[in-house]
Design a protein around this ligand. Structure first.
Ligand SMILES: Nc1ncnc2c1ncn2[C@@H]1O[C@H](COP(=O)(O)OP(=O)(O)OP(=O)(O)O)[C@@H](O)[C@H]1O
Length: 714
């Protein structure tokens, strides 16, 4: 058993404690076995001949032995408490360090519930078996062995008869062991699945409510609880039988002992004193045997748990530090992707032969449609993954050769999803940066969050709750920007960091980043082209490739992908607080289904649009409901979700600034074929069919154009 051998190796490294534990156990057992044996001498040498001297001698020996026994047990308990605690502490530490070294793919493979169950219930099972079951096991094995030797010395015939009968005691558990192990694994898997479901429910509570998924989740939870019940029941029964069988066998053995023992007494083959000692000793050996089999389920349980912990320890991180890793020089770095190809899995490549270079102190923007590979490129520059082919270089060093500590010192990443710790605002900003209070306030001011923090009841001492869920998306983003700026990184990697901000704050943050040119190299992923206008270089991604590169002016002149994206995102006006938007007639003319409609009519049409401001998780359109509005996204991202049989709600697309949806609702009253949900704060313009119909009644040619273009498109 690998678990046992690991424990033994650990004990071998702590020889003093192990010796103390063994000595303690040995003395304890000698006393436990010798006490029943004293009966033989008490009956045969003291009571029967009425010898007071012999009686006092035996009694004194028993009392002294008892005192030694208590001392030895205390010493043994101390040693095993230290050994077991140390073993579990080492294992926990190893698991924790190992998990910290893991790459992102590890956290995609193991869900939160899997990992938490391994830390909590599996570690608990291991701890209890190491602290209680193993010492117990050792004690009982020694007791059985020593007891058997003494039984043989008392009467070998009777001992042999009892041994044959004893095989019964172990046959049962042996047969049941496999079944019990399988039941244990099944139960743990069900626990893991249940923990994952609870985790999903807690994290996704908004989406569950928003998408009316409570009933579906209840059904799923019900199924999992039933599974837990069935598997728990099976495990309980297998364990109960594993414990009960030896007890039954012990009863049969007692019968054999009295019958055959009586026969031997009648034939003068054993004295009454010896038989009494035999009887008492055998009961104690039998009890030890029963104890051995009763702790089997606990040991099986810990074995399974240990294998599950080892399964994690066996996972090698995808991204490992090189043996002779060098420190990245502490100066403004240039950044390069050199013919990089990369796929999260073997069957698809998310980046295909991508090359880009950003000079030291430069400001570059990666733009393109959702899913085109921008964030992936950024993550390679943060060395969250290594390229399958080609290289990611910072300051001229291939990141595979760079030490992780120097990369983390040099580079700061602000990710799309902001995670804040359950600590105060101050603690979240400072972390272990060693920055002063003044530096912290300066960073918060730069990130335009200082005033907001001061407006909270406890200012910088305000606790952040629910991992940042107590803040708005925009506040979380600004906290993350401040946290990154505080570390004064020479390379700043930003992934859609202004997506949740209102237009005014977004413009301020963009200006700040642009102004810091020369102080740090900045690479910013953004789907909003207005944020990229002033970049030194813009890289346009499409399907994992860079299809265009240049400055804003150069790219507009080229009239390619970038220019098309730009045309899609312009022609809107949004108030500074992001609550009111309007669209220009020219912009409507670029919508495929309004093509060919006269300019002045488009002006009337534009005035019929109203603004809708949404927050993350808001459902804009629900699958199956009657559609009566057509939408244009002015700012923000929305997800399109469809009910797919057997898979539930699946996100099938992401739309963003300048995209539109629901245009069929302008023509007829048909049910929506998908749910549309805001993935962050979003501003939309929408037009109702009723308003549209009033316009088309006066100008039927609009309707004819729309009918024609939609018929072509659908
Ligand atoms: N961890 C992952 N495992 C598997 N596929 C992934 C993973 N992360 C992203 N992808 C896929 O890789 C592709 C590129 O994703 P990426 O996040 O780089 O795109 P993006 O251009 O940044 O889009 P967005 O702005 O929506 O984040 C997408 O198809 C996405 O679904």
């Amino acid at each position: 058993m690998p678990f046992l051998s690991k424990m033994l190796r650990f004990c071998a490294r702590h020889k003093g404690l192990s010796a103390l534990f063994l000595l303690g156990i040995l003395l304890e057992i000698v006393y436990a076995v010798a006490a029943p044996l004293s009966l033989k001498y008490l009956v045969d040498n003291a009571f029967t001949p009425k010898d007071l001297h012999a009686f006092i001698l035996i009694l004194s020996a028993l009392i002294i032995g008892g005192v030694v026994n208590i001392g030895a047990s205390a010493g043994g308990d101390y040693a095993i408490a230290k050994l077991s605690g140390g073993f579990v502490r080492t294992l926990r530490g190893k698991l924790f360090d190992h998990m910290q070294k893991q790459s992102l793919s590890f956290y995609q493979r193991f869900k939160t519930g899997d990992l938490v169950t391994r830390y909590a219930s599996d570690m608990g099972a291991i701890e209890s078996v190491v602290r209680l079951a193993y010492p117990f096991l050792l004690r009982e094995i020694f007791s059985v062995l020593l007891g058997l030797a003494l039984l043989f010395s008392l009467n070998w015939k009777l001992t042999l008869a009892m041994l044959v009968g004893s095989t019964l005691m172990f046959a049962g558990p042996r047969l049941l062991q496999g079944r019990s192990e399988a039941a244990n694994v099944d139960f743990k898997e069900a626990q893991e699945r249940f923990a994952n479901m609870i985790d999903e429910m807690v994290k996704g509570h908004k989406a569950i409510k928003g998408l009316h998924q409570q009933a579906a989740f209840q059904k799923r939870a019900g199924r999992q609880m039933d599974e837990l019940f069935t598997r728990g029941f099976r495990l309980h029964m297998a364990s109960a039988w594993l414990q009960r069988l030896p007890l039954t066998a012990l009863l049969i053995l007692n019968g054999i002992m009295i019958g055959f023992g009586g026969y031997l007494i009648f034939h003068d083959e054993i004295s009454v004193g010896s038989f009494m000692a035999f009887f008492t000793l055998f009961l104690s050996v039998g009890q030890s045997g029963t104890n051995l089999s009763s702790i089997l389920p606990t040991i099986i349980d810990a074995g399974t748990s240990f294998r599950r912990v080892e399964e994690i320890l066996d996972v090698q991180p995808d991204v490992m530090e090189a043996d002779l890793a060098t420190d990245l020089p502490d100066r403004l770095p240039d950044v390069r992707l050199d013919r990089v190809t990369f796929g999260y899995t073997a069957d698809a490549k998310q980046l295909k032969d991508v090359s880009l270079h950003v000079g030291a102190g430069g400001y570059a923007a990666l733009v393109g449609a959702s899913g085109s590979g921008k964030s992936t490129a950024l993550q390679l520059l943060a060395r969250f993954y290594d390229p399958d082919a080609g290289a990611a270089l910072v300051g001229g060093t291939d990141l595979r050769q760079a030490s992780e500590a120097s990369l983390r010192r040099l580079a700061g990443l602000v990710a799309q999803e902001t995670f804040l710790f359950n600590a105060t605002v101050r603690e979240n900003l400072l972390l272990d940066s060693g920055a002063t209070e003044a530096e912290m306030v300066e960073a918060a001011k730069m990130a335009r969050i200082h005033e907001r923090i001061l407006s909270w009841p406890q200012g910088y001492d305000t606790p952040i709750l629910q991992e940042g869920g107590s803040l708005s998306g925009g506040e979380r983003q600004r906290m993350a920007i401040a946290r990154a700026l505080l570390r004064k990184p020479k390379l700043l990697l930003l992934d859609e960091v202004t997506a949740a901000l209102d237009p005014a704050t977004e413009a301020e943050i963009n200006a700040l980043l642009e102004m810091s040119r020369g102080e740090r190299t900045v690479i910013s992923v953004t789907h909003r082209l207005a944020s990229a206008v002033h970049a030194d270089a813009i890289f346009v991604f499409q399907d994992g490739e860079i299809v265009e590169r240049g400055t804003h002016r150069e790219l507009l002149q080229r009239q390619g992908h970038y220019a098309a994206l730009w045309a899609k995102q312009t022609g809107f006006h949004v108030s500074q607080d992001g609550l009111h938007a309007t669209v220009e007639a020219d912009r409507l003319a670029r919508l495929p289904f309004f093509e060919g409609i006269a300019k002045e009519l488009l002006g009337d049409l534009a005035s019929l649009f109203t603004t809708e401001a949404c927050q993350e998780g808001d459902v804009i359109v629900r699958e199956g409901e009657q559609g009566e509005r057509c939408y244009i996204i002015v700012r923000g991202k929305v997800g399109i979700w469809k009910q797919i049989p057997g898979q539930g709600d699946v996100r099938v697309a992401v739309l963003q600034d300048g995209d539109h949806f629901g245009e069929i609702a302008l023509l007829r009253n048909s049910p929506r074929n998908a749910t549309v949900k805001a993935m962050g704060p979003a501003v939309l313009l929408s037009i109702r069919r009723e308003a549209f119909e009033r316009l088309t009644a006066a100008h039927p040619q609009i309707l004819q154009t729309l009918e024609r273009t939609l018929a072509d498109r659908l």
